[in-house]
Design a protein around this ligand. Structure first.
Ligand code: RB5
Length: 152
């Protein structure tokens, strides 16, 4: 069985959560690529770090990415600019599960100033364990891709 890879990145507001989630993903057998930020104190701009993890997914080097900022919103706006990325901001296990089952999300965005470690850990666990259901959901994703193409 091939080892799945997870890219993870945060700004200063997501740093503490990032360290917790790295441990979880490693315990679940994922190879984790930590793309910073590397320390808690420095104030940084989330696009500078989020893009590194997004590029890892776009290049096929990582199956999934986890992006963390204060709310998860800035990172999700960044990630969803790329048509191959389906990023979901989640606050509950239910959202994380359905983001995989229905939306085939490949990026999980979490807010370090919004949810605590326990909920974030549960969200990531279910996100990594859940498969896309395809079927009617694939049809809807195909429509998203087509809409994007016609607006180029
Ligand atoms: C940083 O203060 C904060 O704006 C950022 O982490 C994020 O929440 C943006 O969406």
């Amino acid at each position: 069985m091939s080892v799945k890879k997870l890219a993870i990145a945060s700004d200063h507001a997501g740093f503490s959560l990032k360290q917790v989630l790295i441990d979880l993903a490693k315990n679940m057998g994922f190879m984790v690529e930590d793309l910073g930020v590397d320390e808690k104190t420095a104030s940084v701009d989330y696009p500078d770090y989020g893009i590194k993890a997004i590029k890892s997914v776009l290049a096929g080097e990582s199956t999934f990415a986890v992006l963390l900022c204060g709310t998860g919103i800035g990172m999700s706006i960044l990630a969803n600019r790329f048509p191959e990325i389906r990023a979901a901001v989640c606050h509950t296990e239910f959202e994380a599960e359905v983001a995989r089952k229905h939306n085939n999300a490949n990026v999980l965005c979490l807010g370090g100033r919004v949810i605590g470690e326990e909920i974030a850990t549960r969200c990531l666990k279910v996100f990594l364990e859940t498969e896309f259901e395809a079927g009617r959901h694939q049809r809807r994703l195909d429509k998203l891709a087509k809409l994007y193409q016609t607006h180029q």
